[in-house]
Design a protein around this ligand. Sequence first.
Ligand SMILES: *[C@@H]1O[C@H](CO)[C@@H](O)[C@H](O)[C@H]1NC(C)=O
Ligand SMILES: *[C@@H]1O[C@H](CO)[C@@H](O)[C@H](O)[C@H]1NC(C)=O
Length: 382
Amino acid sequence: MTSPATTYASPFVLSVLLLVSIPVIFLLAPRLLPPKTLPAIPDADESDDLALFRRAILSSSSPSSATPTPSSAASYFFRRRPAPKVAFLFLTNSDLVFSPLWEKFFRGHHHLFNLYVHADPFSALTMPPTPSFRGRFVPAKATQRASPTLISAARRLIATALLDDPSNQFFALLSQSCIPLHPFPTLYNTLLSDNAGPHGRHRSFIEIMDDAYMIHDRYYARGDDVMLPEVPYDQFRFGSQFFVLTRKHAIMVVRDMKLWRKFKLPCLIKRRDSCYPEEHYFPTLLDMQDPEGCTGYTLTRVNWTDQVEGHPHTYRPGEVSASLIKELRKSNGTYSYMFARKFAPECLEPLMEIADSGCDVMNKHRVSIYALELLREANSGS
Ligand SMILES: *[C@@H]1O[C@H](CO)[C@@H](O)[C@H](O)[C@H]1NC(C)=O
Ligand SMILES: *[C@@H]1O[C@H](CO)[C@@H](O)[C@H](O)[C@H]1NC(C)=O
């Protein structure tokens, strides 16, 4: 039996449904059509990062973190100021296969550095961490190529290192396929002895290029004119993702909201081949804010001969030799290269052999890969 109320209500309900459905269709339509852009960064990741960055900025701007506040002049003079440290920031989505090599590099210098690892939580790391890497994994989020998530991960590492230790004065970004080319003291002295920045300050070693032929496509990867007004075309820069930043620049990076608003936009799917935001964000930001404080080149050697789909030459075990290490150190800049990439995981064994064989001959006291340093002198002297 139909109640009179239902009979009267039906046309009314129908028309209401019809009215409601129009906006619903408009809302759903974009979801039903294939997306035009690559996936955006999840909002939850963004808000977690913002909270972390705020804490890092706050802790870095308090006077006690910059210079220890002396309770009296005397205590100031007698207090031993902690030595500046290098924060090694490892960005990885696979096992840190070269950690035994890094252990040799780090050995005996633990008072002069800190280590932080951002490992993509969706990648399975199977190797147990070696001692220096143990407990050094920071809360990580998913990372993908062709995505601003690589910038987020680097900023997350920088912010964590800023917060963790006010003695962290240099921030070196590395990946699992990077190797050291020199002993730790050579790196440390290079970073600390360079004071060609404004007012005799240390500089960041970051590559900054503006004449690269791919800048055009890279600039428009997120869409036409979406970068304006924050990032004008002629201020868009290009450079290796692997850098060493000073603490001043590290703070600048986690403070930035203005450029990030543009660089975090996902690329258009049709332009994904030009989507390498991590190679543009840092050089563009630092070139806008403090060009004199940057060297304009990186300390990380890479071989782009015969590149394949945006991947540089990956060294295989057969190519590894002491003379390759010597060759990779050579640079046209003021300083020798300190790190190199990319090395296939199988290169660990020959690299360790070079390290150890050098030690046997030249350095009986301490195991150090970088007896190579001495080997070079021995060779050039003979
Ligand atoms: C760079 O890679 C090419 C192969 O792609 C190789 O022939 C060359 O020797 C490499 N250069 C250096 C300095 O290792
Ligand atoms: C140094 O400069 C020369 C000439 O521009 C170039 O051929 C060479 O590849 C450069 N070497 C390095 C290590 O960048």
